[in-house]
Design a protein around this ligand. Structure first.
Ligand code: URA
Length: 201
């Protein structure tokens, strides 16, 4: 068993919070262990809970479209959520649920070592930048320790709000260029990335 498979086993057997009682399936996440990009959503919804896979409902179809629009295959990227079990009725995750689940996401980040973390929505952004407002920082590259985060609006929210839909489409369009830039920045000058985080790319 790989480290990642062991982690998935643990998540499927987890009883650290109340969501274990109401879930059909835990949704650990999916994607290759050597993925360059990690997309982190909020929590599984109805379809994810049924299938045990992340982003397979309406928001997932939109995420697939966004990826396709920038020439990236879903199978190439890693996709997971801040919390691994569906909150009843898709309510917001509670603070104690996020806290109980946090070590799982930390270990996923350690194992995958993504070059770029795309946070989908405010709960995912809050993991890295608890005080940031998504309306202000979406579309900006931000270094958090040794991680590089790129916050965007959540695809589900964007589906209901035309303004956010075009913002998320535009932010996605820059991902291929960001990946290219990251190469240069890592080789030439780490501090440039820090500067870029102030202005966006
Ligand atoms: N929304 C999320 O945040 N995650 C999913 O897996 C599905 C919908």
């Amino acid at each position: 068993m790989t480290e990642l498979e062991k982690l998935y086993e643990e998540i499927r057997n987890c009883h650290k919070c109340r969501l274990a009682e109401s879930r059909t399936n835990a949704v650990p996440g999916e994607g290759p262990e050597d993925a360059q990009i990690m997309f982190i959503g909020e929590a599984p919804g109805f379809h994810e809970d049924r299938q045990g896979r992340p982003f397979v409902g309406a928001a997932g179809r939109f995420l697939d479209q966004l990826l396709e629009s920038i020439g990236i295959k879903r199978e190439e990227v890693y996709i997971c959520n801040v919390i691994k079990c569906r909150p009843p009725g898709n309510r917001d995750p509670l603070a104690d649920e996020i806290k109980a689940c946090a070590p799982y996401l930390d270990r996923q980040i350690e194992i995958i070592k993504p070059r770029l973390i795309v946070t989908l929505g405010r709960f995912s952004l809050a993991k890295f930048l608890p005080k940031a407002s998504i309306s202000k920082v979406h579309g900006q590259l931000i270094r958090v320790g040794d991680l590089t985060c790129y916050p965007v609006f959540h695809p589900a929210a964007a589906l209901h709000q035309p303004r956010w839909k075009s913002a998320v489409e535009e932010d996605f369009r820059r991902i291929p260029e960001i990946l290219k830039q990251l190469d240069k920045l890592e080789i030439e000058d780490e501090t440039k990335a820090k500067q870029l985080s102030l202005f966006g790319l």
